[in-house]
Ligand binder design. Structure first.
Ligand SMILES: Cc1ncc(COP(=O)(O)O)c(C=O)c1O
Length: 387
């Protein structure tokens, strides 16, 4: 029966979760091997995962870290962002991309986003440059490539560093050739459980500069220089290490990445077909001008005037998880209080943030589940518009 996943007759339909990782026997075997080896951290899987990940993206180097957030922090330190300096970034992101600047007592300076791709608008970013600007931090939000050629021109004009937040963008490709994360300046991926590739928690910084990698590798490990003796530390560092258990998971996941990305793209296409006719509903932008999205989430923007909380409630009552995603960072209470941000500063971001809703999205979603979510969303919107 199309649109139904209940096993039989009148059994209640299972809840459709927002996300669910693909984990199988290969992952189990890989983790077991590490457990049996006894070398649970700083073992051979760390370098192996880094090499395999860099090769996959066509970039020279990679450093595995304990999370995307840790990677952003170390990447900003590595390019020299310091106290009192400014980092221009997107207010339409997960809060970690802005927080990472604050860890170094730098200031995240927001600029508005492009209304189609939802990534940082290069012109708005250019208008935000000041004499304190040290770096640009574009975010490949929802897996869509930010306009890196434009940011590279802007960075060159003002002598700025670039750090890319690619946490949501594994599998994305730029129109001019490189994979997202493959352009050489530090780019940060996240491996939390909902990501295209997961190690439970984890992250990776890809980059081309060996000196930056040396610094990141040292600072993730308490500031220990690679050639120093045990417990010799020549700089401030952190514990941002990724365990060998996680790296083994990552290697196994990397081997099936193409299959997982293709499955996500299939789900997105089915959603697109099922939701295309819903009046006023905005779907994620299609790939434009040669840029290609690495599918991470399926986020729609509800028609203006449709109550989002009510929509979430109505879907939940029918066993469908959904989530407002993402809130504007500058309007979060901490950012308002700390920096005095007010509504109206970034109108495109604020409009998108007020209407965006993440639907269940994971590689193993069945056609029936997609049809069920789509039908319920359509009915909920039509009811809201009619009242
Ligand atoms: C855009 C973006 N930036 C940064 C992060 C932080 O990654 P992590 O949760 O691995 O620290 C995430 C992850 O959720 C993200 O989506």
């Amino acid at each position: 029966m199309a649109g139904r996943d209940a096993a039989q007759g009148s059994a209640p339909e299972a809840v459709i979760p927002l996300a669910r990782p693909v984990l199988g026997e290969a992952e189990e075997r890989a983790v077991l091997e590490v457990l049996r080896s006894g070398q649970l951290s700083l073992g051979p899987r760390l370098a192996a995962f880094e090499r395999a990940f860099a090769a996959r993206l066509g970039v020279q180097l990679a450093s595995a870290v304990s999370s995307g957030t840790a990677g952003l922090h170390l990447a900003l330190r590595a390019v020299g962002v310091g106290e009192g300096e400014e980092v221009i970034t997107s207010p339409f992101s997960f809060v970690a991309s802005a927080n990472a600047a604050l860890y170094e007592r730098a200031r995240p300076v927001f600029a508005d986003i492009d209304p189609i791709t939802l990534t940082l608008d290069p012109q708005a970013a250019a208008a935000a440059v000041s004499e304190r600007t040290r770096a640009l931090l574009p975010v490949h939000i929802f897996g869509y490539p930010a306009d890196m050629p434009a940011f590279e021109r802007l960075a060159a004009r003002h002598g700025l560093a670039i750090v890319e937040d690619a946490c949501e963008a594994l599998g994305a490709v730029h129109a001019d050739g490189p994979a997202v994360g493959g352009r050489g300046h530090p780019a940060v991926f996240g491996f939390y459980a909902n990501k295209q590739l997961t190690t439970g928690e984890g992250g990776m910084v890809t980059l081309a500069d060996a000196a930056l990698k040396e610094r990141i590798d040292s600072e993730r490990n308490q500031g220990r220089a690679p050639d120093m003796g045990w417990l010799d530390h020549d700089r401030l560092g952190f514990n941002y290490r990724l365990s060998d258990i996680a790296c083994a998971l990552g290697i196994a996941q990397l081997q099936r990445l193409d299959e997982m990305l293709a499955a996500r793209a299939r789900v997105a296409e089915l959603y697109r077909a099922a939701l295309a006719e819903v009046e006023g509903l905005q779907l994620p932008c299609a790939d434009r001008d040669g840029d290609a999205r690495g599918w991470f989430v399926f986020v729609v923007q509800l028609p203006p005037g449709v109550d989002r909380d009510e929509t979430v409630r109505a879907l939940a009552e029918r066993g469908i998880q959904s989530k407002p995603y993402l809130p504007a960072i500058h309007l979060m209470s901490f950012y308002r209080e700390r920096f005095g941000h007010r509504p109206g500063e970034f109108p495109v971001c604020e409009d998108v943030a007020a209407r965006s809703l993440a639907l269940p999205f994971f590689p193993a979603m069945s056609e029936g589940q997609i049809a069920r979510v789509s039908a319920q969303l359509r009915a909920t919107i039509e009811r809201a518009v009619a009242t």
